[in-house]
Design a protein around this ligand. Structure first.
Ligand code: MEV
Length: 313
């Protein structure tokens, strides 16, 4: 049986979350699946000692190739965390599912969660979600050094979550009803480690400016939580716009992301922002109702970019 990890969209405060500021994320209705089986004969080339990998996930061109070393580290870290050594009896891991591998949609975390679940099944470890989440976090370290943990938490638990790194907090949130969003993919594969390192450097150089922006982000999360709980979508949209401005100020947006955000707003989205690590990858637009969702998605596609129609909540 295939095991799953969800893709995610960060609605508020990517990057700020690395420094202990609360953030809000939602799983999306696309997932990565993983299966583990014994490697009997001709499993292809060995990916790391004892592990053969067949990666069938759909991808933004260049994504898998650019992440291959990180993926090796990621699998090593997860095996270590699970105290598993497959070298005496090699295994074959197959990744699949509908989630497009792209930056900003939680593809790495989704694969870590799916793989942790599949390994747990294969070795009959019967791990619960908390433990799966811890292992997926270790896997995420392979992709971006010191992750906050928000992506693997969304990938493991699903739904809409309020997340804080310190003190560790994961609260489930519930909107009165699910809402349509569009995710626009710039097609640019981005390196989260570099984006996070850039923020760290600039923050050290401009403590005052960054301190004020971080305070604003912290307040924004609390206001957004109330607006989401109340289903006040106009307000959520305005706050998403504001959040994008903060992300521009810490210099993690990109011209392509800004363009797609503008296109979404011009076509009636209630709000739009980049999502995830930035410097490429994905943006998200709040588009309640199928009609508005379709209009915004088509406008993004007309610019030559891929659009994913999904829901949050
Ligand atoms: C990446 O999806 C989100 C970041 O905030 C990094 C992290 O939280 O680990 C940029």
């Amino acid at each position: 049986m295939a095991n799953e990890g969800y893709g995610k969209v960060i609605l508020f405060n990517e990057h700020f979350v690395v420094y202990g500021i609360p953030a809000i994320a939602s799983a999306v209705d696309r997932s990565t699946t993983a299966t583990v089986e014994p490697c009997m004969t001709s499993c292809g080339g060995e990916f790391i000692p004892g592990v053969y990998l067949e990666d069938q996930r759909p991808e933004t061109p260049g994504y898998k190739e650019s992440k291959i070393d990180q993926q090796r580290d990621s699998i090593r870290y997860m095996l270590e965390a699970m105290d598993l050594d497959p070298t005496p009896k090699p295994i074959k891991v197959t990744l699949g599912g509908e989630l497009m591998c792209a930056s900003g949609i939680g593809a790495s975390a989704a694969s870590c969660t799916a793989m942790a679940r599949a390994l747990s099944d294969f070795y009959s470890l019967d791990l619960d979600d908390d433990r799966i989440n811890e292992i997926a976090y270790q896997g995420e370290r392979g992709y971006h050094g010191t992750p906050s943990g928000i992506d693997n938490t969304a990938a493991t638990f699903g739904g809409l979550i309020w997340f804080r790194k310190e003190p560790p907090t994961m609260d489930r949130m519930k909107m009165p009803q699910q809402v349509e969003v569009v995710m626009g993919n710039t097609g640019k594969v981005a390196d989260t480690t570099a984006a996070v390192a850039g923020v760290r450097e600039r923050r050290e150089q401009n403590p005052e400016k960054y301190g004020a922006l971080f305070d604003e982000a912290s307040e924004m999360a609390a206001t957004a939580r109330e607006a989401l709980n109340a289903g006040d979508l106009e307000k959520v949209g305005r706050l998403m716009d504001e959040n994008h401005r903060l992300l521009q100020e810490i210099e993690v947006s990109s011209p392509e992301l800004d363009l797609l955000v503008d296109v979404a707003r011009a076509n009636g989205a209630l709000g739009a922002k980049m999502t995830g690590g930035g410097l490429g990858g994905n943006m998200v637009a709040l588009t309640p109702g199928k009609e508005l969702q379709e209009k915004v998605a088509k406008a993004i596609e007309a610019e030559g970019y891929a659009a994913l129609r999904t829901r949050i909540g």
